[in-house]
Ligand binder design. Structure first.
Ligand SMILES: [Zn+2]
Ligand SMILES: [Zn+2]
Length: 324
């Protein structure tokens, strides 16, 4: 499913199978999650887009061809392919082990073809072995929603009481991670979205309410997954002195002006960008132990536009996953 022009629906196309170059692998896609970032790609909200492009960066599949020089992975092995598709290895950020900020990265499904396809070629160093536990569909959302959620939770610090603003694919995984870590979760949804609030409680949130409400206790940290800038001052208001507010999205509407009082007393406002391979290794190693259960809605690959429309409209809980 190809995005040929920004702002238009994806188009079904029959293409030749891609061939892996040196250091690359080809993966037969078994499942690919649909992420909010895919909407930003289609809408042209990210800088320097590449078109035509095959979106999709929550890929689970099996290796069906190894490029020259790939020794660490085997034919038939199940792997996961995330958003970060390549880093340069020599820029200042790569050298200080912050490859998520690399100056010359490639991103799966944005600047290199992704997983809304039957086959995908990727840099072997950016494919995570997934083992054989869990179904392809259930694992797919871990590759971005789970990973970005994990990184956000790490950056939120060691505080316990954690607010999650926007309870979609990422938050529904993070809520389970936080519960496993013994952190009480406070879930914020669109005002009046009682069914999502009930969904959050079913995943262990000790409180759920509208984003216009204040939680019953001050929070140690808040993570904003929704793409709504108005949430930033609300989240700052909800955290205690020294608390952190982490913006986890790749794109957000403008943040309205707010009183310095909301930031005063060493509150911190941070953003999370991309992931490092170490995040993937850390999170995917712990995921089976944490007993994460993803809630997924399946769509056939040729229904990718419907999946994107349903994501935009908030028509399902958890995550959408395309199956070729
Ligand atoms: Zn770099
Ligand atoms: Zn994503």
């Amino acid at each position: 499913m190809v995005l040929k022009k920004i702002g238009t629906p994806l188009e079904w196309a029959e293409l030749a199978d891609p061939q892996p170059g040196p250091g690359e692998i080809r993966v037969k896609v078994a499942a690919c999650g649909v992420c909010h970032t895919d909407l930003h790609v289609v809408d042209g909200e990210l800088p320097n887009p590449k078109v035509p492009i095959i979106p999709g960066h929550e890929i689970v599949g099996r290796i069906d061809l190894l490029g020259v020089g790939v020794n660490e992975l085997k034919m038939g092995e199940r792997v996961g392919i995330p958003w970060l598709g390549h880093t340069c290895g020599v820029c200042p950020y790569c050298l200080e082990r912050r490859e998520n900020l690399c100056d010359r990265p490639l991103f799966t499904g944005f600047t290199r073809d992704g997983g809304f396809a039957t086959k995908v070629v990727t840099d072997a160093h950016f494919a995570f072995p997934l083992g054989e536990t869990g179904s392809d569909v259930s694992l797919a959302p871990l590759l971005c929603a789970g990973l970005i959620g994990w990184r956000s939770l790490v950056i939120a610090g060691s505080g316990k009481k954690t607010g999650l603003y926007g309870f979609g694919a990422a938050a529904h995984i993070v809520a389970q991670v936080a519960k496993w870590q013994g952190r009480p979760v406070f879930a914020f949804t669109r005002p009046g979205d009682l069914s999502t609030q009930a969904f959050a409680r079913s995943l262990g949130a000790i409180w759920a309410g509208g984003s216009n409400e204040m939680p019953p206790e001050q929070l140690d940290a808040a993570i904003i997954f929704a793409t709504v800038g108005e949430l930033v001052p609300l989240a700052l208001k909800a955290v205690r002195k020294g608390g952190r507010v982490v913006c986890a999205g790749i794109h957000m509407s403008d943040i309205p002006g707010f009183s310095y009082q909301l930031l005063w007393e060493e509150r911190q406002l941070l953003s999370v960008a991309n992931l490092t391979r170490q995040d993937g290794i850390d999170f995917l190693r712990l995921a089976p132990e944490m007993g994460i259960v993803t809630k997924t809605t399946r769509y056939p690959l040729n229904q990718a536009n419907q999946a994107l429309a349903d994501l935009r409209a908030g028509r399902f809980e958890g995550a959408a996953v395309l199956v070729p």
